[in-house]
Design a protein around this ligand. Structure first.
Ligand code: ADP
Ligand code: MG
Length: 275
């Protein structure tokens, strides 16, 4: 049966985002724990549009590596809320901060699951457009799931607005800034692969790979580095398989970047976890 907002008791705030708040909630009758993303009725139209798009996408998707939606609520006050499965370890970003950098074996587990989610999305003509550590959720079984579809795009035949500036600048691929130079055969799906490559590097190195540790990103410096610089590479000590995997993700020319499907067969993912 459908969940109604009166069934849910708020336990704590899990995160604040662009216009919305995510709460940990408990279902009063079943005691089940969920995450509830709430956007208030008086929010601006962009915020409302984003949460409605997120609802639409979560309703359509069914993958082990995409956060599961248990229902959507719309109150007479205009408040909109999404009931999601609760991911008890939070985001990869918070895990990096609390437990330190990830080993290659762990990153291979992360990469396989994110790619599984991305290949599902891309096959369903959805581009996430904001893949980064704080939009990837984890639970204690080390299951990794893609969340936050606020700026995602459902492709309908045309390439129209995929070049618009949405998402977090730092993780944006060269062709999103400069489609004429790097977009050869413009392929919006490939921008999610770029963001995945940067995400894995960040989890390995402990800081955003385009910037030295501790430096705060400034938009212009970053854009120059992304468009005019070489793609970042891993420090000494990284294995050849990991290095190769990241290179396949961080091809500046989007048509040379591997697809999610192809990356799923990369040797980095099939290594013996002990080595
Ligand atoms: P925003 O668009 O505001 O960034 P997100 O969907 O990324 O919205 O959620 C914001 C934060 O709330 C996340 O970074 C995470 O810390 C927390 N959060 C979101 N969904 C869940 C969930 N299902 N389980 C646990 N924490 C979550
Ligand atoms: Mg987010």
């Amino acid at each position: 049966s459908a969940i109604s907002s009166s069934d849910l008791e708020k336990l704590q705030v899990l995160g604040h985002g662009n216009g919305g708040t995510v709460y940990k909630v408990r279902h009063k009758r079943t005691s089940a724990i969920y995450a509830l993303k709430v956007v208030h009725g008086d929010s601006d139209s962009t915020t409302r549009r984003q949460v409605l798009r997120e609802m639409e996408i979560l309703r359509r998707t069914d993958s082990a590596n995409i956060v599961q939606c248990h229902g959507c609520l719309e109150k007479p006050s205009g408040d909109i809320a999404i009931v999601m499965e609760y991911m008890d370890l939070g985001t990869l970003d918070s895990l990096l901060k609390s437990s330190g950098t990830f080993s290659e074996a762990k990153l291979a587990l992360v990469a396989r699951q994110v790619l599984n989610g991305l290949s599902y999305l891309h096959a369903h003509k959805i581009i996430h457009r904001d893949i980064k550590p704080s939009n990837l959720l984890v639970n204690k079984n080390m299951e990794v799931k893609i969340a936050d579809f606020g700026v995602s795009k459902i492709m309908c035949r045309t390439l129209d607005a995929c070049t618009s500036y949405v998402g977090t600048c730092a993780y944006m691929s060269p062709e999103r800034f400069d489609p004429d130079t790097y977009g050869g055969n413009y392929n919006g799906y490939a921008s999610d692969i770029w963001s995945l490559g940067l995400t894995l590097m960040e989890l390995y190195m402990g800081h955003f790979p385009f910037l030295p540790a501790g430096q705060r990103p400034d938009w212009a410096t970053l854009m120059c580095a992304i468009c005019f610089g070489e793609p970042p590479s891993l420090p000494d000590g990284a294995s050849n398989e990991f290095r190769s995997f990241v290179e396949c993700c961080l091809q500046k020319e989007s048509s040379k970047r591997w697809t999610a499907e192809k990356l799923l067969s990369h040797p980095f993912l099939s290594r013996d976890p002990e080595t």
